[in-house]
Write a protein that binds this ligand. Structure first.
Ligand code: FPP
Length: 271
């Protein structure tokens, strides 16, 4: 049962927004492209890394809100395969912030019954980062609430290529190299095997790109873009995204049942 008192204080903007949300039609999986940390810092004449540091508060609030809303999955894009091209000091700071976050937030993840898992080419990360990730994953493995996925050293194309190689090895091992694979089998070998696809993809800072994020999985996701920069993203922005999501008509390539009935009547009329 969702406890709305933990999501908004009476009389707040959050409460007004929460009233507009149909709690029975929430997205099950929300994925977020956290963007705009650099611009947030530049606007304050601060080094870029300060934007990333400030972004941690948004991560904490967004994940906690998702857990309180009892969403199934939240996936945050924290570091892409392309992000290695950034200045060394920025990459090192991002990794340091991640380790700090994991250490400090583990208790909160446990309190909120959150299961944590990283996705991406995790073996390409520094061993100290891998150790922290493994620790958090193991400690939270028994939790049954929100699944919180962090995409690290992640690329959508890299995931598809890794999946192809994984499947080829598997079929070779089983001497089934002439097998024909289908979409369901392919999905079951992605980094996100057994995790439902995102219904809602949020991108902050106003850019209209998917930036190589969950390319296979977002095939039918609704996309919500907000101009808000990631370090300014708060609970109310997640509520706004959900309100926008609920206003969309999701047809998965079909037509609305009402529209289908109309077509049928027209055909019978001969019109
Ligand atoms: C994009 O902003 C953001 C990132 C590349 C990193 C996101 C990382 C964090 C919020 C902190 C660490 C994460 C966790 C989960 C603890 P940008 O730097 O590309 O911004 P810009 O486009 O304005 O330059």
């Amino acid at each position: 049962m969702i406890d709305v008192s933990k999501l908004a204080v009476p009389g707040s903007i959050e409460e007004t927004l929460l009233d507009k949300i149909d709690l029975k039609r929430l997205p099950r999986h929300v994925a977020v492209i956290m963007d705009g940390n650099g611009r947030w810092a530049r606007a304050r004449s601060l080094p870029r890394v300060e934007g990333h540091r400030a972004g941690i508060t948004s991560v904490r609030e967004t994940v906690e809100t998702a857990a309180r809303l009892e969403l199934g999955v939240m996936t945050l894009y924290a570091f892409s395969v392309e992000n290695w091209k950034r200045p060394r000091i920025e990459v090192m700071t991002l990794m340091m912030l991640l380790k700090e976050y994991l250490r400090k937030e583990l208790a909160t993840l446990m309190e909120n019954n959150i299961r944590f898992t990283p996705i991406g080419r995790i073996d390409g990360l520094d061993p100290t980062v891998q150790r922290e990730l493994r620790y958090a994953e193991e400690k939270t493995a028994g939790n049954s609430g929100l699944l919180f996925q962090i995409a690290l050293n992640y690329g959508g194309r890299a995931e598809i290529v890794d999946t192809c190689n994984r499947i080829m090895n598997l079929l070779r091992e089983k001497e089934m190299s002439d097998a024909v694979i289908d979409e369901a089998f392919f999905s079951d070998h992605l980094y996100t095997a057994n995790v439902e696809d995102p219904d809602l993809l949020i991108r902050t800072s106003g850019e209209l790109r998917v930036s190589n994020f969950l390319l296979w999985q977002i095939a039918y996701a609704e996309i919500h873009v907000t101009k808000t920069l990631w370090p300014d993203f708060r609970r109310r922005h997640l509520f706004e995204a959900i309100i926008d999501f609920q206003a969309r008509e999701r047809r998965y390539g079909a037509v609305e049942p009402a529209e289908e009935r109309e077509m049928f009547v027209e055909a019978e009329d001969g019109s």
